[in-house]
Design a protein around this ligand. Structure first.
Ligand SMILES: Cc1cc2nc3c(=O)[nH]c(=O)nc-3n(C[C@H](O)[C@H](O)[C@H](O)COP(=O)(O)O)c2cc1C
Length: 334
């Protein structure tokens, strides 16, 4: 039976184990989102310790989607050379590497973009936000779709193995999916089918833009875990629709801000494992789960029990870049 240190085949890629470094923003980029030496050192250290898959932190596809003034960017061709250095350095350490592409929607701030944040609907205000967002026009939605496509092309030119579209954590595509942020009265709001329409457009367009041998991942909310938000059942339906549109690996996480996640308060291991397992049960593609996992035995059990194919270890690997090596010793794996 496969465990945490069993190799994993997905499409034309072989991961040396089931451990993923999930996207985690460092906010160490240059003023226009450039890769710095600190990024390269940060990712190489973790790749060299043996991580199977690395998802480089969220990169903004357009300036109005920038979450932090020193967020990594992928909105301009001038950034490709720096991203290429990062991709090559990580690949040289044996990890499969991709980059998360994102638009922060209402979570962008005036401080990071110089403009009012945008969202599916007027008045969306995220916790900690200062300025309510304004609704995107249809023309702006076309432009944002094009920005995701251009970002995917740049990721491919930079030599990344895959792209992950960020559709979770109250970012723009998550806001479209959630009834808590999407109150549109047109074909992009209302029913689940309508709320999914824009995220699916982005997925199809990005898939068309990527060469066939590149993987397409999507970070999705398993649920909003909030009254009136995306339900677990809708999360399962969304997962099926995303796969039908071309997503090849689903990275299951949370949705809107302020979620009331069961077991979150007691800091239990793997608080998103149940919702990821529910999604895995209804899709034919691999599923990644993140969320509070620090114990190698727990991570191994998630894989052995078939609840997820790949386990993301985030903060534990920020604290300890050698987590993989130590986990291998602890589990007695070869
Ligand atoms: C410092 C930090 C930065 C993060 N940045 C991102 C990001 O860029 N994109 C994203 O989808 N999630 C981001 N996350 C969420 C992580 O990918 C992960 O889902 C979360 O930390 C839970 O996993 P963990 O308990 O193993 O850390 C971030 C988390 C942290 C702690």
């Amino acid at each position: 039976m496969a465990g945490l240190f069993s190799p994993f085949q997905v499409k034309n890629f072989t991961l040396r184990n089931r451990i993923v470094l999930p996207p985690m923003a460092n906010d160490m980029a240059g003023d226009d989102g450039q890769v710095t030496e600190s990024h390269i050192e940060h990712y190489v250290r973790r790749a060299a310790a043996g991580v199977g898959m690395i998802i480089v932190e969220h990169c903004y596809v357009r300036r109005d989607g920038r979450y932090h003034p020193h967020q990594l960017g992928i909105h301009d061709d001038a950034l490709v050379s720096g991203l290429a250095r990062l991709a090559q350095a990580v690949k040289a350490c044996g990890a499969v590497v991709g980059v998360q592409i994102a638009h922060a929607g209402a979570r962008a701030t005036y401080n990071s973009t110089g403009s009012q944040p945008v969202a599916p609907s007027d008045g969306v205000l995220m916790p900690g936000g200062h300025e309510p967002a304004r609704a995107l026009t249809l023309e702006e939605m076309d432009e944002i779709e094009s920005a995701f496509v251009a970002a995917a092309r740049r990721a491919s030119e930079a030599g990344f193995d895959f792209v992950e579209v960020h559709g979770a954590h109250c970012f723009l595509l998550c806001e479209f999916l959630s009834p808590l942020a999407n109150r549109r009265a047109d074909i992009y709001g209302g029913s689940l089918e309508n709320r999914l329409r824009f995220p699916l457009r982005v997925v199809r367009a990005v898939r068309r833009a990527l060469p066939n041998d590149h993987l397409l991942l999507y970070r999705m909310p398993g649920s909003d875990f909030l009254p009136g938000g995306l339900t677990e059942e809708e999360g399962q339906q969304a997962a099926q629709a995303l796969v039908a549109a071309g997503v090849e690996v689903l990275d299951v996480s949370g949705g809107m801000c302020g979620a009331e996640i069961p077991n979150w308060d007691c800091k239990s291991q793997g608080y998103f494992v149940p919702v990821a397992a529910a999604i895995k049960a209804v899709v034919p593609v691999p599923v990644i789960v993140a969320g509070g996992i620090t114990d190698p035995h727990f991570a191994d059990q998630v894989v052995r029990s078939g609840q997820a194919d790949l386990v993301a270890i985030g903060r534990a690997m920020l604290r300890n870049p050698h987590w993989v090596r130590e986990a291998q010793a602890m589990l007695g794996a070869e």
